[in-house]
Design a protein around this ligand. Structure first.
Ligand SMILES: Cc1cc2nc3c(=O)[nH]c(=O)nc-3n(C[C@H](O)[C@H](O)[C@H](O)COP(=O)(O)OP(=O)(O)OC[C@H]3O[C@@H](n4cnc5c(N)ncnc54)[C@H](O)[C@@H]3O)c2cc1C
Length: 371
């Protein structure tokens, strides 16, 4: 006998747990996650940045739509702040004057900073190497663990069932239900949500649905000690204007990423030594940063559709197969809005936080655009 739910979500990353939290208010939901814990892959490896100015227009709008949730989550969601303000500064070398000018022209909320002003904010920057920068005061740091735990708490209190160590290995549509096989049990539901991150195409193929050419790209990061005798707590997130690297304070240490985008197969990603060396080298070219050792390093997969926009909606022509994929480098910051849209499309719920953007962007994020 298979265990029947109204909705089965495949994947317990931020996409799966946020959608599960919303949907479980309206129906019976089971989340199947192949790893022993939720958030094991991309979600647990993010840089925890909330950047409403990042990504294309659809991504930016759906990130902004998520801000209210992170600033004032529902009662009982968390006891800690989910979003703490942190400025972002885009910095440009003398060779990057044009990209900086383009960025400042395009974004009215950015203000220009001189090299000296940058050094005042981040004293390790070498003013001789820098032409100037742009200040973005709209962003912040997310507490990803508190966010995932908050969604899980909501999910469970609504009666949702999370089953870890349950890799979906076979999916079949029979008599109006999806039948799912994992190594230890069988499940069925009229609706399944493909929230499998880097594995989204593999899950689609398993269900007999054509893949969408979703591409995972590896991104690496490392932590080093904060520079000696400097309090870095209030440093901004510093991003190269062409996104060749970024760094920011992270729990008393400095997080550095080479902003790498290496095409990769879905897997448990690990960082390449060369990428870590490149990250340090790029930061040292514009600063007096000294690095004696790397305290910790990691990598994860950011999975994009070809237009770098989310894929949220029913597969055309196949009942009950819902995509919630292609979150790329923005999946944590946009999760409340994407979960809200998912719940609207599946249960007809009408949460107003994303109403405006929903009307505007449903077609932009629908899988129909690729069919
Ligand atoms: C280094 C790095 C920095 C990042 N920084 C940021 C940032 O600052 N801000 C931001 O918003 N985003 C950031 N991101 C992107 C963000 O992490 C992702 O967009 C987001 O986590 C994607 O969530 P997800 O739930 O779709 O994927 P995942 O977290 O990967 O979850 C998918 C889950 O599906 C499970 N699964 C797959 N196949 C199966 C199966 N057959 N059966 C059962 N389960 C299955 C997997 O085990 C996995 O747990 C970053 C990513 C990386 C790698």
């Amino acid at each position: 006998m298979s265990k029947q739910s109204e909705v089965i979500i495949i994947g317990g990353g931020i996409a799966g747990v946020s959608a599960g939290a919303q949907l479980s208010q309206y129906c019976d939901v089971t989340i199947l996650e192949k790893e022993p814990t939720t958030g094991y892959h991309a979600t647990g490896r993010s840089a925890a940045v909330f950047a409403p100015a990042y990504g294309n227009e659809v991504v930016r709008n759906l990130t902004s739509a998520s801000e209210a949730f992170y600033r004032s989550p529902p009662d009982g969601f968390t006891e800690v702040p989910l979003l703490k303000p942190r400025d972002g500064v885009f910095i440009a070398s003398h060779a990057q004057q044009q990209p900086l000018a383009n960025m400042l022209n395009k974004s009215s909320h950015l203000s220009e900073l001189s090299a000296d002003e940058l050094v005042q904010r981040v004293p390790i920057i070498d003013s001789a190497q820098i032409y100037g920068g742009a200040l973005d005061c709209t962003g912040g740091d997310l507490d990803v663990d508190a966010i995932v735990q908050g969604f899980l708490r909501q999910f469970r209190s609504n009666g949702g069932v999370l089953i870890c160590d349950s890799e979906v290995q076979h999916i079949e549509w029979r008599n109006g239900l999806w039948h799912i096989t994992t190594p230890s049990a069988e499940y069925s539901a009229p609706t399944i949500i493909n929230a499998a991150g880097a594995w989204a195409d593999e899950v689609a193929v398993m269900a007999g649905i054509s893949p969408l050419s979703m591409k995972p790209f590896r991104r690496s990061a490392l932590l080093i000690d904060a520079p000696l005798k400097i309090d870095i707590t209030d440093w901004p997130l510093v991003i190269d204007v062409d996104e060749n690297f970024y760094f920011k304070p992270e729990a008393g240490q400095l997080l550095i990423s080479p902003a790498d985008e290496t095409p990769f197969e879905p897997c448990d990603a690990y960082p390449d030594e060369m990428d870590l060396a490149i990250a340090i080298d790029r930061v040292q070219k514009i600063s007096q940063l000294e690095v004696s050792k790397i305290n910790h390093s990691w990598a994860g997969l950011r999975t994009f559709a070809s237009d770098k926009t989310f894929v949220v909606g029913y597969e055309p022509g196949q009942e009950g197969f819902f995509w919630l994929a292609g979150q790329g480098g923005y999946g944590v910051q946009s999760a409340p809005a994407l979960a809200d849209i998912t719940c609207h499309l599946i249960c007809g719920s009408n949460n107003i936080i994303t109403q405006l953007h929903r009307e505007k962007h449903l077609l932009d994020i629908s899988p129909e655009r690729f069919r």
